[in-house]
Design a protein around this ligand. Structure first.
Ligand SMILES: Cc1cc2nc3c(=O)[nH]c(=O)nc-3n(C[C@H](O)[C@H](O)[C@H](O)COP(=O)(O)OP(=O)(O)OC[C@H]3O[C@@H](n4cnc5c(N)ncnc54)[C@H](O)[C@@H]3O)c2cc1C
Length: 430
């Protein structure tokens, strides 16, 4: 029996170091660099590489990896606590070697890649010498894989890919693309698609345009076209028809890490609004002394703590079972809660800052926008809620009776049948 809400003192020392390092050395990067994924830009090389070296020296580089890939083999709870700190800065994941989507892409290369694929792509990816892109969504739909039409056909020793991809993040910076394509149009959904590694610069592959999320410094979500793009047969990742199986591996732990980074961003915003309401006043009184302001502070604090517990329990369950499928409902709950949490906390903070809150001199609008895309990327919130509800209802037994099994008259009759005699006897004694 062990219910712990404390961190090992040894690991806490590492977290404290990370917290100080991210606040003082990493957070300023976002003010002077454009994108953490522009890894070959001399400015990034000059500023980011020395910080990465410090992280490596401290033994905190790419901690999501198992020991076989040079990681520490930290469980998900430790990773969650680390990611909470990394959420303060968009550069922090890159400085610590844990930036999405490279983490997910590295995970599937490690699981399903051939020795040649690992040698060529995984090693430089883990070193952050290159970055990668995951291209699955198509212009006609992302949430429903049945509508994907990009195809890969076998032609001798090659696969030939044709189609379009949409919102392929970091396409402009990537050295290789993991592209999902239909390999058997007649097969059931679970086995109709396969994944391919397509090196950047392969003839026929084109970025039609880079689409920008509102407020992003660099538009970096590629609208891509593939016209007779040829890759050698050994560029398939996993087997033919295995895209679905491979994709499942990719998303499990990553969602928990992403949620904890979102919590870190929300907490940073919360700290800001706390400073504001004790620093500013109106009508002769501090904002923080007004009850309607206090309610907003209290609601934000409660939501932060609730979400933190949900994530940590989910991380703990993953460590316990080592089986993402078994924890699918909990992971979906974390994913579905994340956008609303950030949205509500950022919106309250923005509002309590008054006019300066809506300006580009403050980070709140940016966080509100982040909360909106968090509800779309990696599947819309509705889809994750459907997963939760299906799993919750899966094991519930229906009653065959006309009235519910918990109908109060029935419960009363049952209680009387059980205890009625005793009560009657007692009545005689009283
Ligand atoms: C910032 C960002 C980064 C991204 N990066 C990548 C990437 O690197 N690679 C990649 O392949 N894709 C990426 N995507 C795409 C993302 O996976 C899709 O946006 C997502 O799957 C939704 O697809 P869609 O945009 O086509 O929306 P649609 O599928 O058109 O859905 C639109 C809306 O319909 C509703 N809806 C959809 N399905 C259901 C349902 N089952 N039940 C009820 N309502 C539903 C929801 O409200 C949903 O928001 C990214 C998206 C964003 C915003």
């Amino acid at each position: 029996m062990a219910w712990e809400f404390e961190t090992d003192p040894d690991f806490q020392v590492q977290l404290d170091w990370m917290d100080e390092f991210v606040r003082t050395r990493v957070e300023p990067l976002a003010e002077v660099l454009d994108s953490p994924y522009d890894v070959k830009n001399p400015r990034n090389v000059r500023l980011v590489r020395p910080l990465q070296a410090e992280v490596k020296k401290r033994g905190l580089w790419a901690c999501h990896l198992g020991p076989e890939l040079g990681g520490q083999g930290f469980g998900q709870v430790k990773l969650a606590l680390m990611n909470e700190i990394l959420g303060r800065s968009i550069f922090a994941p890159t400085v610590f070697g844990t930036q999405a989507p490279d983490t997910g892409n590295a995970e599937i290369l490690a699981h399903f890649g051939t020795p040649e694929q690992k040698q060529r792509w995984l090693q430089p990816l883990l070193a952050n010498d290159i970055v990668s892109c995951f291209a699955m969504t198509e212009p006609q739909g992302g949430a429903d894989p049945m509508v994907f039409t990009t195809v890969a056909e076998r032609d001798g020793d090659e696969w030939v890919i044709n189609g379009e991809k949409w919102f392929a993040s970091n396409a402009r910076f990537a050295d290789f693309f993991i592209v999902v394509a239909v390999t058997d149009t007649q097969a059931p959904l679970m086995s109709r698609q396969s994944m391919f590694i397509v090196p950047a610069g392969t003839p026929g592959m084109e970025i039609v345009r880079d689409v920008g999320v509102y407020g992003e410094k660099v538009a970096s979500h590629g609208y891509m076209r593939y016209r007779n793009v040829r890759v050698p047969a050994d560029h398939i990742l996993g087997g033919v028809g295995q895209a679905f199986v491979v994709a499942q591996t990719r998303l499990g732990g990553g969602r928990v890490h992403h949620a904890m980074r979102t919590l870190g961003e929300a907490r940073m915003i919360f700290d800001m609004v706390c400073e504001r309401v004790v620093s500013r006043g109106t009508k002769g009184e501090q904002l923080g002394k007004k009850q309607m302001v206090q309610e907003k502070i209290a609601d934000s604090w409660i939501e932060l703590e609730q979400f933190r517990l949900l994530i940590l329990r989910t991380a703990w369950l993953i460590d316990k079972y080592h089986d993402y499928k078994r924890v699918q409902k909990d992971i979906a709950a974390v994913k579905a809660t994340m956008p609303k949490l950030l949205h509500d906390i950022a919106t309250r903070a923005l509002h309590l800052h008054g006019s300066i809150g809506v300006t580009d001199e403050m980070p709140f609008v940016n966080s509100v926008i982040n909360s909106l895309w968090l509800g779309l990327a990696d599947g819309p919130t509705e889809v994750h809620k459907v997963t939760i509800a299906r799993q919750v209802l899966r094991d519930v037994k229906p009653t065959q009776d006309l009235f519910p099994s918990y109908h109060l008259p029935r419960q009363r009759a049952h209680a009387l049948a059980m205890y009625g005699d005793v009560l009657e006897d007692l009545q005689g004694e009283l």
